[in-house]
Design a protein around this ligand. Structure first.
Ligand code: ASP
Length: 587
């Protein structure tokens, strides 16, 4: 028998029992003639103590042991003289009278502890060792809990879990497809799904009514920070629903997960913010609502006073940083540098200090008098002691820069509390987005998204102003999910393809199966997909999805552990009838 208990199980009530444990040697310490070993498994850590009463056969083995050896020990559970309240097993220790080395270990390439000395690359190469660290184990457990709770909750709400194929044809999520050559159909390729979008719609037409799947999706994108070429979605679809039905259903799920996974009680209805408001008030369609500091549009109030920068700008907006009127020259310079970073993109920063004594001090004192500043203060909700920060320029860009400045100030002021969750639905997205490169409209969500009933008439004359029955789910400024109520008639879907510049034959060729299915009584339907990895990360208070994926890839899309992607053999290429562009017939 390897064990009577796990390394996380023993408590005071076990004192006096003889137990057997098996686990990894976390650490060996010698202290005052005694040896202490911390023994680890998935469940926790137990301290072993070897003192003068330990049998010689046992103590003789001690010098052989090293980190990550697996040992089996049997002995008495004793009460510790110096307890460790930080450890669940910290009241006890085990004093082995038998010990056996189950397997030896080479010295691991980095410390398998929460504070490790291993760089990210090294840890990815030895991911199986990294996974032994408690932080990662906790993340994996959180992920497991999320998946289990999602399944239980959705099952209780009549959702059916259905698997959809991986070897398919291009899907319309807007990224590049990963493709797989077909040996049996030379010259032809499957595409891996960017999402199960069309299949879940077909399932609604198939009558399944409520579907979900925790499913891998594949997008061949340049990997911006914290994206993975393969990632997991919680994918869902419902029939006979309108937008509010979908939002309410998944708001219920999200509240349940807050409750059981993060022990966070969120009673209120999640705020619903229109896309226009999100952009206008927070400078982004994924606002962090853990704090206020809304953007105020002061364009009208500041123009016409002779300050060129303002007079020439399309838009001027500001935020109020509470209690920051005493910011030093240096701090203000840092903020100016921040807004001038290329990714923020502002030209300069105007500040107005609303001093505690009610006076104003600003970088534009020459142009404006205190009455003006008073007016701005009202618009920005500033009180004495606050600092107003103002940006000017093209509307969209300036709002986006203000949004980033707002987040920066939120971080500086400690307003982005990691213990807090601020969810929101962003609704009423535009249906189309103008693509300047391709000189045409593209679907902001995807081409199956329905327009608002009242906007349908605009499709020929003013597509830019059409709003969609599309929504995003955001927590703490992170986009967790998005979906839409779909088009369910062939006529509307054809119109949509046309508006997107997709010809009839292209549409038929790519999505003929869906258009055909719409002929046979397609129910009204809508759905949503959540980025499961990201949702787990946010619930765990982290912004790294990699820490929540057992075997992630690096920024270049490589798996450093198995060393993939990798060339394939001549034979494989020949079977697939593939010749490489460099002329060689080996990878
Ligand atoms: N298929 C969409 C996506 O992956 C989600 C949806 O519309 O349900 O973003």
């Amino acid at each position: 028998m390897y064990r009577t208990h796990t390394c996380g199980a023993l408590r005071m009530e076990h004192v006096g029992n003889r137990v057997t444990l098996t686990g990894w040697v976390q650490r060996i310490r010698e202290l005052g003639g005694m040896t202490f070993i911390t023994l680890r498994d998935r469940y926790g850590i137990t301290q072993l103590v070897f003192d003068e009463h330990a049998p010689k056969a046992v103590t003789d083995l001690l010098p052989e042991l090293g980190r990550e050896f697996i040992i089996r020990v049997s002995g008495q559970v004793r009460e510790r003289s110096s307890k460790n309240p930080a450890m669940p097993t910290g009241d006890i220790e085990v004093s082995p009278d038998e010990m056996e080395v189950v397997n030896r270990s080479e010295l691991p390439p980095f410390l398998i502890e929460n504070e490790t000395d291993g760089g990210e690359e090294l840890r990815m190469r030895y991911r199986y060792l990294d996974l032994r660290r408690q932080v990662l184990r906790d993340n994996m457990m959180l992920r497991h809990r999320m998946a289990q709770e999602i399944r239980t909750y959705l099952d209780q709400h009549a959702f059916v879990e259905v698997e959809t194929p991986f070897l398919i044809k291009s899907t319309p999520e807007g990224a590049r497809d990963f493709v797989v050559p077909s040996r049996m159909n030379p010259g032809e390729f499957y595409a891996l799904p960017q999402s199960p979008q069309t299949f879940k719609q077909l399932l609604m037409i198939g009558g399944y009514d409520r579907y979900f799947q925790i499913v891998r999706c594949f997008r061949d994108e340049d990997l911006r920070a914290d994206r993975q070429p393969e990632f997991t979605q919680l994918d869902c679809e419902m029939a006979f629903v309108d937008q509010e039905d979908v939002l309410n259903t998944f708001e219920g799920l999200a509240k349940h997960l807050f409750q059981v996974v993060a022990h966070y009680d969120y009673q209120d209805r999640f705020p619903r913010i229109t896309y226009d408001d999100a952009i206008g008030l927070y400078g982004t369609d994924k606002p962090d609502l853990r704090f206020g500091m809304k953007i105020a549009d002061i364009t009208r109030e500041v123009q016409g006073q002779g300050f060129k920068v303002f007079d020439q700008a399309e838009y001027i907006g500001g935020i109020c940083a509470q209690g920051c009127a005493d910011y030093s020259r240096k701090q203000l310079d840092q903020l100016t540098e921040f807004v001038q970073r290329p990714q923020v993109g502002a030209k300069g920063l105007v500040y107005v200090k609303y001093n505690s004594d009610g006076s104003f001090k600003s970088s534009v004192d020459k142009f404006f008098d205190p009455d003006r500043f008073q007016q701005w203060a009202r618009l920005m909700n500033a009180q004495p002691g606050d600092l107003m920060l103002i940006l000017a320029g093209a509307r969209e860009q300036t709002l986006s820069a203000l949004g980033m400045l707002r987040l920066e100030m939120g971080s500086r002021l400690g307003l982005r509390d990691p213990e807090k969750f601020a969810p929101a639905w962003i609704v009423d997205f535009p249906l189309f987005e103008w693509d300047p490169d391709q000189q045409r409209y593209t679907a902001m969500h995807h081409p199956f998204t329905s327009p608002k009933d009242e906007d349908v008439g605009l499709i020929d004359k003013d597509p830019a102003n059409m709003r969609a029955n599309a929504y995003d789910f955001v927590i703490n400024g992170v986009e967790i999910g998005g979906g839409s109520v779909r088009i369910h008639t062939r006529e509307m879907q054809e119109k949509m393809f046309e508006a997107l510049g997709i010809s009839k034959s292209e549409a038929q060729e790519q999505f003929g199966f869906l258009l055909n299915a719409f002929r046979y009584g397609a129910p009204p339907h809508g759905g949503i997909a959540f980025g499961f990895d990201r949702w787990c990360a946010v619930m765990g208070g982290s912004d790294s999805i990699r820490d929540y994926i057992a075997f992630p890839k690096n920024n270049a899309g490589r798996d450093l552990m198995i060393n993939s992607p990798a060339p394939i053999s001549k034979e494989q290429l020949r079977e697939l009838q593939i010749k490489l562009a460099n002329g060689s017939d080996t990878g």
